[in-house]
Design a binder for this molecule. Structure first.
Ligand code: GLN
Length: 288
């Protein structure tokens, strides 16, 4: 079979399986299997694919046709320009989440201490540490299997981070200048309507935000003041329709300067709030 015939065949199989980006994924899998650039392909598309490569390629295409996400097949996803290992134990890093990282970076740059709750693959914390060499950071997650991936990603990107296992703040000690989290935020009733790749293959533990999707914002916001330095920031990734609800949760807990930031698609995606920024908080702590 010629390379270009293999590619055509794979596109057809993926389209038939209902994969949204069939053409792109057929190419990305070929490129991954053969370690081949687009320029190489242009030169060699009329050459025979050797039988071993053909077998490997169609095995990968077959898995993708089962709607396994591309990144769980290749084991990789780029995030903030950095290579991240992914396995089915972690949510695949999304471009939306880069907006949360950017908002953190706008508020960091010195020798701050950062906490990433529900760190998963570690992508948020690791990209922050990579961008700001003075920072130190802790990543927490309830999943030990996710933390193994996070540790590997820290090694891969030559950053040093501490990872701790437990339920939200339970394994966390000390105080931080910034707490960031992309917690599970999909309402339980909406999980069944997600695309097959997410619904059937990504960890439900990283997605299910309880009946209204807001459980983790309530829990984290309630406990965060104990772990934040005065003037410290709380940064959340949120669902596109959760801006008002999360703003309310933050304000009712006494956080100030609440801002909702939009992602590249123009949708509300990040909530930022400051601890101790409201007059009410300052009075209570006798600080003014
Ligand atoms: N953005 C993810 C999705 O669309 C959800 C991430 C989360 O729940 N934290 O599936």
């Amino acid at each position: 079979m010629l390379l270009r015939e293999a590619l055509r065949e794979a596109r057809g199989r993926l389209a038939q399986a209902g994969a949204a980006e069939a053409d792109t994924d057929a190419w990305l899998l070929l490129s991954w299997c053969l370690d081949m650039s687009l320029a190489d392909y242009a030169l060699h598309s009329a050459q025979e694919l050797n039988p071993a490569d053909e077998k490997r390629y169609f095995a990968a295409v077959g898995r993708r046709a089962e709607r396994i996400p591309l990144q769980y097949i290749t084991g990789e996803q780029e995030f903030m320009g950095l290579p991240m290992k992914v396995t089915p134990d972690v949510l695949i890093p999304r471009q939306d989440t880069e907006t949360a990282v950017q908002e953190c970076l706008r508020r960091l740059g010195g020798e701050e201490r950062v906490l990433d709750l529900c760190t998963g693959s570690g992508c948020i914390l690791i990209s922050l540490l990579h961008a700001c060499p003075g920072l130190s950071g802790v990543g927490a997650d309830i999943s030990g299997a996710a933390l193994q991936v996070a540790r590997e990603n820290a090694r891969r990107n030559s950053v040093s981070a501490q990872f701790v296992e437990g339920d939200l703040f339970e394994p966390v000690e000390g105080q931080f200048d910034l707490i960031v989290s992309n917690p599970p935020y999909i309402p339980t009733g909406e999980l069944g309507g997600l695309e097959a790749e997410v619904r059937d293959h990504e960890p439900v533990l990283a997605l299910d935000g309880s009946s209204d999707g807001l459980l983790f914002y309530r829990r984290i916001t309630a406990e965060a003041p104990r772990y934040l330095k005065r003037g410290g920031f709380l940064v959340y990734e949120i669902g596109w329709d959760q801006g008002e609800a999360v703003k309310d949760i933050l304000e009712q807990a006494g956080f100030g300067e609440v801002t909702i930031v939009r992602d590249l698609a123009g949708l509300p995606r990040v909530a930022v709030a400051r601890y101790g920024a409201q007059p009410q908080q300052q009075r209570r702590d006798g600080d003014v």
